[in-house]
Write a protein that binds this ligand. Structure first.
Ligand code: PLP
Length: 457
């Protein structure tokens, strides 16, 4: 039922944007496990991380104590170009579902990169510039992160080298051209430009690549080029910190109308949008001030939370990165070729992993055809063409809203709509042509990958 007191879109004023990011680790009694040096198995020290990452970002990565970290003015000025993002009341979806639930979504697709990833890209590029670096390297899968980073680097005049998973490089030429428009160089991975790329090509000729492999190449390129550092678009603590801007804005918008969420839902690839969206609400939960349910949504074909193990694992295929304790499927896990819906990373943010292990959040896995059905239903009533990743959250939010229809409860459901799907039309085409299936890895397959996890502790 339409409540005229609450508009379709709750906007904040520019001066209501957060001035500091919120660091949820400060409120966690048991902290996420530290990154380990793969050689010594000791926690990575700042000096060691500084060879790979920018100095200020290393400080943020290791900071378990400060609840608020000020957002530098230059970053806030850039945020002003596309933030605050709207919090939308999904009146039309509620009507369509005939649910008494109140559904809200925070829309992060209103910028050229088309996703929330720009929130961290601009921060990471800023700190690289401040340190006087020449450029940064990174990997990209579907291309959203590479696009966001190339935009950020163009803004600050930094060079940007992107290693793009070969299958995406070939299948998503338009993403590649956006990156090149913003001045980035884009190399298909695995490539012969790095030692690890050559090794992978030798062992697996004709491979179409993976995120884990592109990460190894990007790290090698950064470490081997003076004036360059590596940046990553998800998983790391620093990325969740930057993405807290999503949750802080969401909370500020809800607070304006005295709304308290009962359920908060987000899709989970490496965990950055979800970690950002839930941050201030999880803070309330940790401090005993509120108790919303928090649900991570992942694909059944890449089920890190629901079928993975909580263990130390490599973040990349080439095993050059530090070890992270996280829910993982094993660093050489690659989702089935028919998986088109994104969220393909084998591991999960150490912060979210620890919160999940403590029982402070839940996770569900959804099959991709149901995800695209939900995406289509949503597009038809709410207007926005969602990214397949975002549609995982839509699917779970719709399921919760339908439960409310059964019970008659008017719950408040908030979900993250992380981006738009204009570059994912090949996946939509597969869905429309009936060529999409719901591959679920068998226990036997998952056990094989698990058996290759490093044995630590
Ligand atoms: C990258 C991406 C995701 C998944 O990454 P997280 O780090 O888990 O947030 C989700 N939605 C969109 C649109 C993305 O581009």
């Amino acid at each position: 039922m339409k409540d005229l007191r609450i508009p379709y879109k709750i906007y904040l004023e520019e001066n209501e944007m957060p001035e500091a990011w919120y660091n949820v680790r400060a409120d966690m009694k048991k902290k996420p496990a530290p990154l380990l040096n793969p050689g010594t198995l000791q926690p990575m020290r700042a000096e060691e991380l500084g060879g790979v990452f920018c100095e200020e970002l290393v400080q943020q990565e290791l900071n378990d104590t400060d609840p608020y970290i000020p957002i530098p003015q230059e970053i806030r000025d850039f945020y002003r170009m596309y933030r605050p993002s709207p919090l939308v009341r999904a009146y039309c979806l509620e009507e369509k579902l005939q649910t008494p639930a109140h559904i809200y979504y925070k829309f992060e697709g209103n910028n050229t990169s088309g996703s929330h990833k720009l929130n961290s890209a601009i921060a990471q590029a800023y700190y690289a510039k401040e340190q006087g670096l020449k450029g940064v390297t990174t990997e990209t899968g579907a291309g959203q992160w590479g696009t966001a980073l190339s935009m950020a680097c163009a803004y600050f005049g930094l060079d940007c080298k992107v290693f793009m998973v070969r299958v995406s490089y070939e299948q998503k030429p338009f993403r590649r051209e956006v990156m090149r428009t913003y001045g980035a160089s884009v190399t298909p991975s695995p490539s012969s430009t790095t030692a690890v790329g050559r090794k992978i090509l030798e062992e697996h000729p004709g491979t179409t690549g993976s995120l884990g492999c592109a990460i190894s190449e990007a790290v090698e390129a950064a470490v081997g080029t003076p004036g360059y550092r590596y940046v990553l678009g998800s998983v790391l603590n620093q990325v969740l910190l930057h993405q807290s801007v999503i949750g802080l804005e969401t909370k500020a918008a809800l607070d304006k109308y005295g709304i308290r969420p009962d359920v908060i839902i987000g899709c989970a690839g490496g965990g950055s949008n979800l970690g950002g969206l839930i941050a201030p609400f999880m803070g309330q939960k940790l401090r005993g001030e509120a108790d919303p349910r928090i649900i991570a949504v992942e694909p059944v074909s890449c089920p890190s939370f629901t079928r993975g193990v909580y263990a130390y694992d490599f973040c990349d295929t080439g095993m050059v990165c530090p070890l992270a304790k996280m829910y993982t499927l094993g660093s050489d896990f690659i989702p089935a070729p028919n998986h088109a819906g994104g969220l393909r990373y084998h591991g999960m943010s150490p912060i979210l992993s620890e919160l999940y292990a403590q029982g402070l959040m839940e996770a569900v896995a959804v099959p991709q055809t149901a995800v695209f059905e939900a995406a289509e239903q949503f597009a038809r009533v709410e207007g926005i063409l969602p990214a397949p990743e975002s549609a995982h959250a839509i699917k779970a939010a719709m399921d919760e809203a339908l439960k409310c229809r059964e019970t008659g409860e008017a719950k408040t459901i908030v979900f993250g709509l992380t981006g738009t799907g204009y570059f994912d039309l090949t996946a939509y085409e597969k869905f429309h042509d009936g060529k999409m299936d719901d591959y679920v890895p068998t226990d036997g397959e998952l056990a094989q990958y698990r058996a290759r996890l490093p044995q630590i502790g």
